[in-house]
Design a binder for this molecule. Structure first.
Ligand code: SAM
Length: 284
């Protein structure tokens, strides 16, 4: 998006300040908010109209998925207590501990994408990791609360896990989660539409995110798929709208993606769940 250059700076700064002043967007990646506002101003909209349209874009592609605002301090306090008890217990492994897992279930329910995945959590990661070679490093792009599902993944605690999303408060929570669980890795506030480098990894998750990125910038997801330095991409599509009214839309969303895979000469295998269609793409 290069529309910032076409806008008077003061209009753009005013629009950005108005977006970031909204409670809902105070922790959002400021560069993304600026780009979205600039694109709206470039359509000839007034500052007020551009702010409204930009907020609408940011809602549709990100904020709408937050079902419940978590109290991160309370959540971490509970988690640390459960982890300490698990470490004293017979298994001494917080990842396999039922109380820790129950707590993480509850936290994942706060974000629509992980909430929809809860009924298939055990099955999905067992089936997925059976199809993968041993994984020592992971990228999780536009992660939401998906890193909280890490105990269900066949990963050792020292596997490097890099998680990216746009809300600074959620990112800080994920870093504290990694720390509490004794996991290697880092969560980073990052706009997936920026052409910035990412660390290389064995696999990259891009779950239920392609339509969100396409909504902000058409063609962005194909560029991203090529830019990710991972030999295996796990890309999924939701099978229903957020309201749950429209079902069976995953195939429709995936059609453009499958055409890109074919064009690149990559191989794709799939796993099908009621809520989500998952593709395992080999880039080689
Ligand atoms: C449908 S949710 C998927 C969340 C997670 N991947 C999952 O499946 O559990 C889409 C996610 O994309 C994030 N997102 C939207 N636009 C983004 C961008 N430009 N860069 C990074 N993340 C973005 C949202 O904040 C949200 O967490």
């Amino acid at each position: 998006m290069n529309s910032a250059a076409q806008q008077p700076d003061d209009q753009l700064e005013q629009a950005l300040a108005m977006i970031l002043a909204a409670r809902k967007y105070r922790y959002i990646h400021p560069g993304l908010a600026r780009d979205v506002a600039a694109a709206e101003l470039a359509k000839g909209r007034s500052v007020k109209e551009a702010v409204k349209a930009a907020k609408n874009q940011l809602h549709q592609s990100a904020a709408a998925y937050i079902r419940r605002k978590l109290n991160y301090d309370d959540a971490l306090h509970e988690l640390r207590t459960a982890v300490a008890a698990a470490r004293r217990g017979p298994g001494s492994d917080p990842s396999g501990d039922p109380s820790v897992r129950t707590l993480l279930h509850g936290l994942m329910a706060a974000h629509a994408s992980t909430y929809e995945r809860l009924p298939v959590l055990d099955r999905l990661y067992t089936q997925l990791f059976q199809k993968l070679p041993p994984v020592r490093s992971v990228l999780d792009i536009a992660c939401g609360l998906h890193p909280l599902a890490r105990p269900w993944m066949a990963l050792s605690p020292d596997a490097a896990y890099y998680a990216f999303d746009i809300f600074a408060d959620q990112i800080e929570f994920l870093n504290r989660f990694f720390d509490a669980m004794g996991y290697a890795g880092a969560a980073i506030q990052r706009n997936a539409l920026d052409d910035k480098g990412m660390p290389p990894a064995d696999i990259a998750f891009l779950l239920k995110t392609v339509p969100c990125l396409e909504q902000i910038e058409s063609g962005a997801s194909e560029r991203l798929l090529h830019r990710i330095e991972a030999p295996i991409l796990i890309v999924s599509f939701a099978n229903q709208t957020l309201s749950g009214r429209k079902q069976g839309m995953a195939q429709q969303y995936a059609a453009g993606f499958l055409a890109q895979i074919k064009k690149a000469g990559w191989q794709a295998d799939s796993l099908i769940y009621p809520s989500e269609l998952v593709y395992i793409v080999e880039k080689r």
